[in-house]
Write a protein that binds this ligand. Structure first.
Ligand SMILES: *Cc1c(COP(=O)(O)O)cnc(C)c1O
Length: 377
């Protein structure tokens, strides 16, 4: 039996192989593909909206300290120390916080917690590409609802889906749009089930680190809202996989059940607590750097004759003809950005993460060359 066939056959006690139904035969899974954007290493990687200024210094020290301690024992069941630090950051009680292995884990767990297989999950389009995937992974039916042509949330169209779980993202990835508060409130007030508000980029809203931006604190007092955030973006800890959410004690308890124990590892927890308690000024400075870089990049793109969408996050979405070809040409010049093809209301576009200006200068040079090459054909 070759390695290729081993997972569709079994060997009985007498040593003979017999056909079983394929172990991949769960029908709802056959349509799910691995999440696989081009992650090949690149000299300058502006493709994933992480903190390109680096790791917060005290978080790094916390990581080193934790690494020298014993890892023979399990971490805390539900990351109690991290919850307390996040509760202080969010201005809520710790019974209103749930953590996870990245906010991806929190989003996935929330879908499982709030919808039975076969029920609908509504999400805007264009928005976070993982949501329809997580829905299918949990036996749910994703319903994609176009954003309005101005990239605002179409609250009534979202509500008309009658979905058990409604997902919205603000600032929205990949458009960068900050959703109108009133539209999100309307969805929250009328939704038949839970509303997930993904605020992965909240730290970049307004002048940056604006504690009152979004629904983080408010969610604790609302019966049907889960506000999901991450330490992967502004906080510079994507590799450690730390996500969290706030909500009523009842909502959070359901997500925690669904998530299960031991999801935040001991090293990640220690580094995250250090970042939240002693690195906030550093993070705030990097957020201000990102906002300055973003405005400068927007100006440079406009000077190339392009029209980036207004952004409230640490990235810009810029429509271009044939994004895949341009993305490839930029990669050949050592700069990775994220191409999108045929987005509703946008068409092809590149999503460019902002970082230190020297990186963005190289990006602009690579983009200019890629555009020139493209138009010469
Ligand atoms: C990056 C991102 C996430 C995932 O963050 P992790 O915490 O690293 O899993 C979630 N939602 C949106 C909108 C994102 O852009």
């Amino acid at each position: 039996m070759s390695a290729d066939t081993i997972d569709t056959q079994t060997v009985d006690a007498a040593g003979s192989a017999s056909r079983l139904p394929s172990p991949t035969s769960r029908t709802s899974y056959s349509a799910i593909e691995l999440y696989a954007p081009n992650r090949a290493p690149c000299r300058i990687d502006l493709s994933d909206n992480t903190n390109l200024w680096g790791v917060p210094p005290n978080a790094l020290a916390g990581l080193h300290a934790a690494a020298t301690a014993s890892v023979t024992r399990y971490p805390a069941l539900y990351a109690g120390a991290l919850k307390r630090a996040l509760a202080a950051y969010a201005g809520v009680g710790e019974q209103h916080v749930v953590t996870g292995c990245g906010s991806d884990d929190v989003l996935d767990s929330a879908m499982r917690a709030f919808a039975e297989p076969g029920e609908r999950v509504a999400c805007p389009t264009p928005s976070f590409a993982m949501i329809p995937i997580f829905a299918r992974m949990n036996g749910l039916v994703p319903v994609e609802v176009p954003l309005r042509p101005d990239f605002g949330l179409d609250a009534d169209a979202m509500l008309q889906t009658d979905a058990r779980v409604i997902y919205v993202c603000s600032p929205n990835n990949p458009t960068g749009t900050l959703l109108e508060r009133a539209a999100v409130e309307r969805v929250i007030e009328r939704a038949p089930g839970v509303v997930i508000v993904d605020e992965a980029y909240a730290e970049f809203v307004g002048g940056g680190m604006d504690g009152d931006a979004g629904f983080l604190r408010e969610a604790a007092g609302l019966p049907n809202v889960l506000v999901v955030r991450t330490m992967s973006k502004a906080f510079g800890l994507a590799g450690l996989r730390i996500g969290y959410a706030t909500g009523s004690a009842a909502v959070v308890a359901e997500v925690e059940k669904s998530r299960g124990p031991y999801k935040v590892n001991a090293l990640a927890e220690q580094a995250a607590v250090a970042a939240l308690t002693t690195d906030r000024a550093w993070v705030a400075d990097r957020v201000r750097d990102a906002l300055a870089s973003r405005e400068r990049l927007a100006g440079a793109l406009r000077a190339l004759g392009l029209t980036p969408l207004p952004s409230a996050a640490n990235f810009l979405l810029v429509p271009v003809p044939d994004a895949e070809a341009i993305g490839r040409a930029m990669r050949e010049r050592g700069v990775a950005v994220r191409p999108f093809v045929g987005l509703p209301h946008v068409g092809d576009a590149l999503r460019i993460s902002v970082g230190p200006w020297e990186m963005l200068e190289e990006c602009i040079a690579a983009l200019r060359e890629a555009l020139d090459t493209g138009t010469r054909h």
